[in-house]
Design a protein around this ligand. Structure first.
Ligand code: APR
Length: 280
């Protein structure tokens, strides 16, 4: 490899070569992209895994098609399936995984530029990653509002409805619109901070993609924004997107937690990572 033409080049497309790259101090602005696959070992099903995915298990809610549970038009017609699911998905019942802790370790080492998450489980935050380092691209349960007049809705009343699987209605009785957590439904705009921070992908000197099928746009387009000369690492059960198509793409096609432990071990960070995770 000619270092003058490709300063970010890896000596090989392996975990070891990537660890050397990080140890050489070449990765100081790491952008991490996460999906539901990093929370499955915490007990939260992902969406599209054939047997265990949420979409394969929503028959019991007799939806016209699985994604309807996150579609505004269907929600207006019948909000109950979403609220049934919301109780199961609501944050606070699950512990972050060692993969979430690895992202916090990158932050603690001053190497994390930003993590863009598609997840609504807030586990990156619960693992200790500061809020200003996280872009919740598909929103979260943190806030809720009326879908008609947009008036915000009290958190404590929302929690009560989630617990009882009942449907909250607008605080303004003359509106009486349906209330929904600020989770991005299909067809809804992503938060502006997603677009405001997308340029960071081009500033990154390493992009790490974890546990996502990269099947939902515009999030799925993010890996394409990474500078051509910068390495990209995918840790996922299956190859997704165009990861693997560039000379410095590294693919670890296995369980996220196992892949993360492999990378941590190559970096000599195993003990730090284990004790960080033990503290969550
Ligand atoms: N280790 C590694 N990979 C895993 C693991 C695991 N333990 N568990 C699942 N995966 C992989 C699956 O093989 C799949 O490629 O993670 C990916 C999960 O893909 P999806 O279920 O589609 O989840 P995600 O990519 O986050 O979905 C994106 O779709 O429904 C919308 O808004 C929702 O944010 C979600 C978006």
């Amino acid at each position: 490899v000619d270092p003058s033409t490709r300063p970010f080049a890896l000596s090989a497309r392996t975990t070891e070569a990537l660890a050397k790259y990080i140890e050489a101090g070449k990765a100081k602005k790491i952008v991490v992209l996460t999906g539901a696959g990093i929370s499955t070992s915490a007990g939260i099903p992902d969406f599209r895994s054939p047997e265990t995915g949420l979409y394969a298990n929503l028959e019991r809610l007799n939806l016209p098609h699985p994604e309807a549970v996150f579609e505004l038009s269907f929600f207006r017609e019948n909000p109950l399936p979403f609220y049934t699911l919301a109780q199961e998905l609501y944050p606070g019942k699950y512990r972050p995984t060692i993969t979430h802790s690895f992202i916090n370790l990158l932050h603690q080492k001053g190497l994390l530029l930003k993590v863009f998450s598609q997840n609504i489980d807030c586990l990156e935050r619960e693992a200790g990653v500061p809020g200003d380092k996280i872009i919740e691209a598909h929103g979260s349960f943190a806030d809720q509002a009326c879908i008609d007049c947009k008036k915000s809705y009290p958190k404590d009343q929302m929690l009560a409805h989630i617990e009882n699987k009942t449907v909250p209605r607008c605080v303004d009785s003359s509106c009486n619109g349906l209330v929904k957590p600020k989770i991005v439904f299909f067809g809804e705009q992503l938060p502006s901070e997603f677009f405001d921070n997308r340029h960071l992908l081009d500033e990154a000197d390493l992009c790490i993609v974890l546990g996502t099928s990269l099947s939902v746009h515009p999030f799925a387009s993010l890996p394409g924004f990474v500078n051509e000369s910068v390495p990209r690492l995918l840790i996922n059960m299956e190859q997704v997107g165009n990861l693997g198509s560039r000379p410095d793409d590294v693919l670890i096609l296995k369980d996220c937690d196992a892949g993360i432990k492999e990378l941590a071990s190559a970096l000599g960070w195993s003990d730090e990572l284990e004790s960080l995770w033990a503290g969550t």
